[in-house]
Design a protein around this ligand. Sequence first.
Ligand code: GLA
Length: 383
Amino acid sequence: MKAKAKHLFSSTFKSEPTQLAFAPGRIEFIGNHTDYNGGLVMGAAVTEGVIVAAARRDDREIHLSCERGSTVRTRLDKLEPMQGDAFWANYPLGVTKILVESGMSMNCGYNLAVVSDLPIGAGMSSSAAIELATAYALAALFGFEADKADFARIGRRAENEFVGMPCGILDQGVSAFGQADHLVCIDCATEEFSTIPMPEGTHFWIFNSNKKHALVDSAYADRFQECQDALGQLQVRYPQAKTLSEVNQQQLEAAKNDMEPTLYRRANHIVGENARVRAVQSALVAGDLSAVGEALSASHESSRVNFENSIPELDFLVKALVEEANVYGARLTGGGFGGAVMAFTNADFGLNHARSVAQAYSEHFGFEATILHTQAGAGATLR
Ligand code: GLA
């Protein structure tokens, strides 16, 4: 990948990069849509990700190149969101803008080339990976000091304020704090990041449904708004609750009859997810992998019924996977409305098992699911 990034840079810009940075994609292990609700979430960086190659320019222009799109040219003094084919450029440009707002001084523009080995549209956060890799590379190029948590927040702000996606800190936090063979835990209320070792002999298998809701971004924003509305209804009774994660299950049940049924179900998902993240943390400490798996599968069920961010393709994959003896649990991973399912398995789950699930899927739906067997890998770093 490094050679590919250097090659893309030199063939596009006819010069050599002076800085390279890597940032991984991520799996959402458990804690669905809890991040922007002040809750708990666990993820893992994967070994696949993004490498950016960059160098300073002599003028105040910014030139961006990626493998599949056309080169985007803009100016440091005109950082505005792009539309259409150039949309991908909003991730590096948004990060540039937030870095400058955070105090990074830039006396010139830069050239930057992006390569990736993350599957496209699988919900493994290639956008957060571009943000983090860009942030690391630009900070090194322009002499800006920040720690991992700062970089994660900068990436999230780029997404919220420049791209316009109201996401939480999961994707950027995991991409920054990833560690080989470890899960990353985030308390989104305090923005505390920690890691827990992956139990030995456990594996991640990703099944990309290759199906995406046409309005996935607006569906995400709708859920964000519904969570705000649910909180508003709960605050009538619990004015001290600043987020849905400060309401417990008992309080939620007591307020149920005063809530719109849809909003109750959305809140039920968030409150339940926080409890399931805690259950997974304790089960990991106790080495009870079947309890971990049960919580993962229960999370999916709550997505299907309460949050309604699953689709039949993801439900089919989860159902087929949990019937396999070597699968502890399976669930949709990420925002939902398409994307991928993650299976948490023992070492006996192999490609033959994965293929038979994918075979049943393609027979049922008439198109393929893509299989990725991956591992928990390292976080963002200069290369
Ligand atoms: C997307 C967002 C994250 C998070 C998940 C759902 O990946 O980018 O911030 O909200 O969806 O948990």
